[in-house]
Design a binder for this molecule. Structure first.
Ligand code: DGL
Length: 256
């Protein structure tokens, strides 16, 4: 048993979609969430910048005593999860676009992937897409601008819908039947996304899979927590308005 917190980080509020799944599946764990809003978005940064920021965030969480780190960011995972695993002795869980279930279940043979430039250009993403999608057509779109809007608290309305129409129209024209949300920020705008897509398109995200994997690694390493009153602490190094907007009032947000 180990009652130390699970550490979760993202470039901002996107990782809250992962936090919710982890909290639900592991209700006796303390959780510490770090939002690197000051350096958001990660999507257009170089691999080196993403690596340096991810190392910094991990060090911060580990200094606070976290027993395991969940990298709740596709961009950070696809650019540096192996570096993080090599750099620290604690286990690391990452999040990647859910291409595999989309590739297995597609009937039209066309799937859409909406993700950041950093994720779409990464080696890990091309390895995964080659492994699972050699016989199907992937329509990839860089959701440039979406993370900035979401970090500014814009989760619906005409501005974000217009941007989404630009990204999703070519996918709809290509007859996709699955849309993979390859950025943890995007489930926060799922209502706007669903308004634009035909009902027949299934939208996939990775929160549930990440939570299951976190539970498995915690069990395998014998570090399960048993906190009767678990604590959830949120830290933000920039503007925390959007974090306040999506979290219940009783959760404590610390500005650092
Ligand atoms: N939530 C991050 C991801 O999953 C957002 C990346 C960004 O900051 O651009 O990729």
């Amino acid at each position: 048993m180990n009652n130390a917190p699970i550490g979760i980080f993202d470039s901002g509020i996107g990782g809250i979609t992962i936090f919710k799944s982890v909290q639900e599946l592991l209700p006796k764990e303390n959780i510490l969430y770090y939002s690197d809003n000051l350096n958001s978005p990660y999507g257009n940064k170089s691999k080196k910048e993403i690596q340096d920021l991810s190392l910094k965030n991990s060090n911060w969480l580990l200094d606070k005593g976290c027993k395991i780190i969940v990298v709740a960011c596709n961009t950070a995972t696809t650019n540096c999860i192996s570096l993080l695993r090599k750099s620290f002795k604690q286990p690391f869980i990452g999040v990647e676009p859910a291409i595999k279930p989309a590739a297995i279940n597609t009937k039209t043979g066309n799937i859409g992937v909406l993700a950041t430039k950093g994720t779409l250009n990464s080696n890990l993403f091309s390895i995964t897409s080659n492994d699972f999608c050699s016989k199907i057509n992937i329509i990839e779109k860089n959701g440039d601008g979406l993370v900035e809007m979401i970090e500014n608290g814009i989760l619906n309305g005409i501005e974000i819908e217009m941007l989404l129409v630009k990204f999703l129209s070519p996918m709809i024209k290509s007859n996709i039947d699955h849309l993979v949300l390859g950025c943890t920020h995007y489930p926060l705008i799922i209502e706007s996304i669903k308004k634009i897509l035909p009902d027949s398109v299934k939208v996939l995200e990775s929160g549930g899979a990440v939570a299951k994997q976190t539970k498995k690694i915690i069990m395998d390493n014998n570090i399960i927590g048993n906190n009767t009153n678990p604590t959830y602490n949120f830290y933000c190094n920039g503007i925390d308005n959007s974090l306040k907007k999506i979290l219940p009032n009783n959760f404590k947000i610390n500005t650092i």
